[in-house]
Ligand binder design. Structure first.
Ligand SMILES: [Fe+2]
Ligand SMILES: [Fe+2]
Length: 198
């Protein structure tokens, strides 16, 4: 996958510009001036573990969510699609750090060092929870947006793995929880699967 960062940043700004809510401009300024959103990876090793992976992933999730909204006639507004898609993983800003990793080169049979990512959680607030908190510092979310971003990891959420039953109730009351999780899963498990093999 070849990533054109300038085009991706332009696309992010255009997509985010549909959000006209009070505080949206301050939120964008914070993202651009005080976080590594445009350069951070999307993960430390699973999907888009490369520079600007988070930006690309966020655009992919927004596109998937828009596709579901349009094809299935879900009826969500453009700003809700933009907010949930683009900002669901805001928790990942100022989080990953470049580190040297080791891996076995299966062709040579030798161990080698390569540049990868680890993390340093400077604001350990959870994952979906942290995204909601960061956004809410600047701009109001609807209950359904907050619920969806909070639970976007679905069954992979640590709280669910720890036994919480809230997720089913959340989906029952707010279907967007399911749709955002689906858009996120499609991006990370299908769209971005072979990012380093092309
Ligand atoms: Fe996430
Ligand atoms: Fe995500």
């Amino acid at each position: 996958m070849k990533i054109n960062i300038d085009k991706a940043i332009e696309s992010f700004r255009i997509n985010f510009s549909v959000v006209k809510r009070e505080g949206a401009e301050d939120l964008l300024r914070w993202i651009e001036d005080e976080t590594d959103f445009y350069t951070a990876p999307a993960s430390a090793g699973y999907h888009l573990a490369c520079g600007s992976g988070l930006l690309i992933h966020s655009l992919n999730v927004r596109n998937n969510l828009e596709m579901l909204n349009t094809r299935l006639g879900l009826g969500y507004g453009d700003d809700t699609i933009a907010i949930c898609g683009l900002l669901h993983d805001l928790a990942k800003v100022n989080f990953y750090i470049p580190i040297q990793k080791r891996r076995l080169n299966t062709e040579t049979g030798k161990w080698e060092t390569y540049s990868g990512y680890g993390y340093d959680d400077r604001f350990p607030f959870g994952h979906g929870e942290k995204s909601v908190w960061y956004i809410s510092r600047f701009m109001k979310l609807t209950d359904e947006e907050a619920m969806s971003i909070n639970w976007h990891m679905g069954g992979f959420d640590d709280r669910v793995k720890g036994g919480s039953r809230c997720l089913n109730d959340a989906i029952g009351k707010y279907p967007l929880v399911f749709w955002l999780h689906t858009a996120d899963q499609k991006a990370s498990s299908i769209d971005e699967l072979n990012w380093d093999k092309e």
